[in-house]
Ligand binder design. Structure first.
Ligand code: 4AZ
Length: 263
């Protein structure tokens, strides 16, 4: 009912090996945090966040999120689009609940995947979809390449999605949101080692865990000051202490994305 017939696009598994290696580096056993409920957030609506899009299969089962940045352009994660085709995906706007039938459903006329993308832990996790039908919703603006200051450690960022509310748990029927602090690159490097590609990624979360994106939130927005600054990409599990969520550092890809958005 909530899109579970389709495997969610998951990048988390890719991080497992690196995280295991990092455990030794941290010098302490990786205590397994209890799964928590977007983990740790609260429900919201597409009325409050009209630019948040569901990315679904042809049967409208949601498997990723995306952000509307013009009437016909959606920014999402490259790893969400691997193996997809213009006939296999839909974008749904204005639908707060996964089991709703309201809002606007569009086919996709073009999928642009960053041509340098290979897998989420190597960075470059960005894609732009061109919609066949215009979305009648307020769009989000996205960072320009010069706005690198938005990622200052401790800055409050907002995450949104329909993903699972606990690691390996069930998706949320209703859109959820939470705020998490941007994590210093040095700290994220300590968590993820060489899988953290500083130029292409930014981490966000509390050192104690508890609030995070999770499976099914991928491709959705990380907003800083209301502006799209990141794309939900990967992480070791969800909301675990010491393992913040990893987001595409959008400033690095702003120019590349703008070429697609404006094409
Ligand atoms: C995923 O698989 C996923 N905790 C998204 C975000 C995070 C982990 C996994 C970060 O879609």
């Amino acid at each position: 009912m909530f899109g579970l017939n389709r495997a969610r696009k998951t990048a988390a598994v890719l991080a497992a090996t690196a995280a295991a290696a990092t455990t030794a580096l941290l010098g302490a056993p990786n205590a397994v945090a209890a799964p928590q409920p977007i983990v740790g957030g609260s429900t919201t609506t597409t009325t409050a966040y009209p630019f948040v899009m569901q990315i679904t299969d042809a049967s409208q089962n949601q498997f990723c999120g995306g952000t509307l940045v013009s009437a016909t352009k959606v920014i999402t994660a490259a790893h969400c689009m691997v193996g997809e085709s213009t006939s296999s995906v839909r974008v749904v706007g204005g639908r707060t609940n996964l089991n709703g039938t309201n809002g606007t459903v569009s086919r996709v006329s073009k999928i642009w995947i960053n041509p340098s993308y290979t897998d989420a832990t190597k960075g470059k996790d960005v894609a732009v979809l061109t919609l066949a039908t215009s979305m009648p919703y307020t769009t989000a603006s996205y960072v320009t390449s010069s706005q690198t200051g938005v990622y200052a450690a401790g800055t409050t960022a907002r995450i949104l999605g329909w993903g699972t509310t606990s690691e390996n748990g069930s998706s949320s029927n209703q859109l959820r949101t939470a705020t998490v602090p941007v994590v210093a690159d040095t700290s994220c490097k300590s968590s993820y080692g060489s899988d953290f590609v500083q130029t292409d990624m930014v981490c966000a979360g509390y050192s104690s865990g508890g609030v995070d994106t999770c499976q099914g939130d991928s491709g959705g927005p990380l907003l800083i000051g209301g502006v799209l600054a990141g794309i939900t990409s990967w992480g070791e599990g969800c909301a675990e202490a010491g393992y913040p969520g990893v987001y595409t550092r959008l400033t690095t890809f702003s120019s590349l994305v703008a070429t697609q958005v404006n094409s």
